[in-house]
Design a protein around this ligand. Structure first.
Ligand SMILES: [Zn+2]
Length: 739
């Protein structure tokens, strides 16, 4: 029976059509033991799991007899709060009823307030932000809210302006124009929905020309007009006629070019109160920073030349003035409210077939490195992904022949879960999450890898949600909301890193598996930030998978080093004509047969026990709690963030210019490639880890040391599962002050 289970999964994972795969192949059920041992092991694993979990067992077993059930992710398209904790403030609950409204300014009469139903959910930094926005707009005409992502810039904006609108009369006579990138229009709509429920949404979104006309008639009912930058530019003349009172520009760094079309157009509306929202206020030159400041406070900073002078010669004056119109808080503020986060790099053993094919590819490294790098990245995810690619390439006119690699595979190669150390480990982890009823996000760069994982999840009877490049923009938020509020705890969210853009909030999950890495760390960090954010209630575990000794591990090393090669290889991938250093290539095309090449490289003296330097002494001193290193790390991260804040503040200092330019360059690269909403994550990484030495702060574990290994599995939320394909683990934790 056990063997049968695995075989079903094998066949399920790789047919071209997800839905019909099972029925098509159900005829051929003879076992083909290419790798009897490992297959047996996985089957035993599934079988043991089945014995442990009656419900799961029944499902897995019954699933084999029929096609995998691909449950629709769009069942009831009920929009609910993506925060998951409450639906609508106007659906007043007890907590809200008893909560006093938040008074923004006691000295004003009548007092401007944020209503109880919203105030009950505000964090202290948000109240501070609302006060800042309100007073700046009232007294000075404009300001910049530059909070890092996740601190709730939109609710601070809505609450402050709504309070202003409601203050003097029951009939609303203030008009607010809200200009946002087209990709965020739906996020803003659902933000209004979240706070105002279905009873009354004081916002109207512009989809077509006539919407602007209807707004003119209905603005006392819908005082907010939401529009994309593109449409705003197109309809600037119409908008001018409406004489708005307040202008909000989300992702306002779009206005950094003082002569830019969009800035000129919005400036020409002559709206008296202006608010810029941006998560990336750093500007690589003072002219761009000036452009933003001058937009919200026209004339206040003089002209460009005067501004420069003020920055360099009257620094105190400039700082005081700037602080009056720019508020920035880092997400570390928020971390005080968040549960602990643990991040692991799981080094998985390559299978025999992975090693064999990899060796063949490495021997060909002089050929076409870009093609070969692509081959290896597929291989380390699963040999079948490469096999499929080779079959496709076989008939094509390519500069390198696919045949030698194809011949490395067994004739009539028939894949197995255990052909990939990462996949078989994932399979065990999924079973574990299933048992603990913790939901999980799995991210990959490759659609075909996600297809493969989707089939695995279906076979294990998970309810699968998926968001990738093919998911229409208008349904993305619905999928996210449904996942976050899904009643079935056995839900898995599959995320394409390249599609997982701005604002996705997947706090319904407390586990995150990063199945492969990118050269650019910002993309991975952005993906991993999906679950550990405002509203998360559970301790989070983030697992990065790497096939040990291969390109996977090299990519993580490069991310940590964040040195020249990271950027360099990106260039390679983007342009086939770039030349590169032989030693870099040699490293990428070498299989390092070791449980953890990274640990070898940092020349750690722990001998694989994972005891960090100095730890044993601490234990002897009687304060040897094993979490000491984690606290130490947490402080270090805070320091790094403080450094970063200082570094924004000293933007006008010459010595920082070079560093800022470097970051700016990186941002530009990101903007050119996959969308990255928050380049600061990358900046933070750059500060945290300038070399592999930062890994000394990571705790590590090896299965060779059994008691520590068990401790790792326990603390990593992986319980008693058999992680026999994992050869080494690095772990880092962020603990919050409340814990
Ligand atoms: Zn070590």
């Amino acid at each position: 029976m056990g063997g049968y289970e695995v075989q079903i999964q094998d066949r399920l994972l790789f047919s071209n059509d997800i839905k019909s795969s099972h029925s098509e192949e159900s005829g051929s059920s003879s076992p083909d033991d290419n790798q009897p041992d490992s297959r047996k092991r996985v089957s035993q694993m599934l079988y043991q799991r089945a014995a442990l979990m009656p419900k799961f067992a029944t499902k897995v077993l019954s699933n084999q007899l029929g096609p995998p059930s691909k449950k629709p992710f769009m069942g009831n398209a009920i929009m609910t709060s993506s925060r998951g904790t409450f639906n609508s403030p106007l659906a007043v609950n007890k907590k809200e009823k008893s909560h006093p409204p938040f008074v923004i300014d006691e000295s004003e009469d009548p007092k401007p307030v944020v209503e109880s139903c919203i105030a009950a959910h505000l964090r202290p930094h948000q109240k501070e932000g609302i006060t800042f926005i309100y007073k700046s707009l009232r007294d000075h005409g404009g300001c910049i809210l530059a909070d890092e992502m996740g601190l709730g810039k939109s609710i601070q904006t809505i609450a402050a302006i709504w309070a202003m609108m409601r203050k003097n009369s029951i009939r609303i006579n203030l008009k607010c124009l809200l200009v946002v990138p087209s990709s965020l229009v739906n996020n803003w709509k659902s933000e209004f929905k979240k706070w105002f429920g279905t009873l009354r949404k004081p916002v109207m979104a512009v989809q077509k020309n006539s919407d602007i006309r209807s707004y003119a008639a209905s603005h006392s009912y819908n005082p907010f007009l939401l529009i994309s930058y593109d449409l705003a530019l197109r309809h600037v003349e119409h908008l001018k006629l409406l004489k708005f009172d307040v202008l909000v520009c989300d992702e306002g760094h779009k206005l950094k070019n003082i002569n830019g079309k969009i800035r000129t157009a919005l400036y020409s509306l002559e709206i008296p109160r202006r608010l810029i929202l941006t998560g990336t206020p750093t500007q690589n030159d003072l002219d761009e920073f000036f452009s933003l400041l001058d937009f919200v406070r026209p004339g206040k900073f003089g002209n460009r030349i005067e501004f420069r002078e003020m920055c360099t010669e009257k620094n105190d004056e400039f700082t005081a003035l700037r602080d009056k119109c720019l508020l920035r808080r880092l997400s570390s503020r928020l971390q005080a409210h968040l549960p602990n986060k643990h991040e692991y790099v799981l080094f998985c053993k390559p299978s025999e077939i992975q090693k064999k094919v990899l060796q063949t590819i490495c021997d060909q490294m002089t050929g076409e490195p870009l093609v070969l790098i692509d081959y290896i990245r597929k291989l380390v995810n699963h040999p079948k992904l490469l096999h499929q690619k080779l079959l496709e390439d076989q008939g094509k006119e390519t500069r390198i022949s696919a045949r030698p690699f194809l011949y490395t595979f067994p004739k009539n190669y028939k894949e197995s879960v255990s052909d990939s150390g990462k996949l078989s480990t994932l399979c065990e982890m999924l079973a574990c999450f299933h048992e603990y009823k913790e939901r999980c996000v799995i991210a990959s760069s490759y659609a075909k890898t996600l297809d493969m994982i989707e089939k695995l999840c279906n076979a294990m009877d998970f309810c699968v949600f998926r968001l990738d490049g093919d998911t229409p923009v208008h349904v993305r938020q619905k999928i996210v909301d449904q996942f976050n509020t899904a009643s079935d705890p056995n839900s898995v969210f599959l995320l394409s890193k390249k599609a997982g853009g701005a604002g996705l909030n997947l706090i319904g999950a407390s586990r995150f598996v990063l199945f492969d890495s990118e050269w650019n760390p910002a993309i991975d960090l952005q993906a991993m930030a999906r679950i550990w954010r405002d509203g998360q209630k559970l301790e989070c575990h983030i697992y990065r998978m790497a096939t040990a000794g291969t390109i996977d591990e090299k990519m993580i090393q490069r991310q940590i080093q964040k040195g020249e090669l990271g950027h360099f290889v990106e260039q390679i991938e983007n342009s086939s004509s770039v030349k590169f250093r032989d030693e870099d290539l040699a490293d990428i095309f070498t299989f390092h047969d070791s449980p953890c090449n990274t640990h070898d490289m940092i020349e750690c003296k722990c001998g694989g026990t994972g005891n960090l330097p100095g730890e044993e002494e601490e234990i002897e001193n009687g304060d040897g709690d094993v979490v000491n290193d984690e606290n130490a790390m947490s402080n270090t991260e805070d320091d790094a963030l403080d450094d970063f804040e200082d570094y924004i503040i000293t933007i006008n200092k010459k010595e920082d210019k070079e560093a800022i330019e470097e970051i700016e360059m990186q941002k530009e690269e990101e903007n050119g490639g996959a969308a990255v909403e928050n380049a600061e994550d990358a900046e933070q990484l750059a500060i945290n880890g300038s070399s592999l030495n930062s890994l000394f702060r990571w705790r590590h574990y090896s299965p060779r040391h059994e008691s520590q290994w068990e401790e790792f599995k326990e603390t990593a939320g992986l319980g008693a599962i058999d992680l026999s394909d994992v050869s080494f683990v690095f772990k880092i934790s962020v603990k919050t002050s409340e814990s």
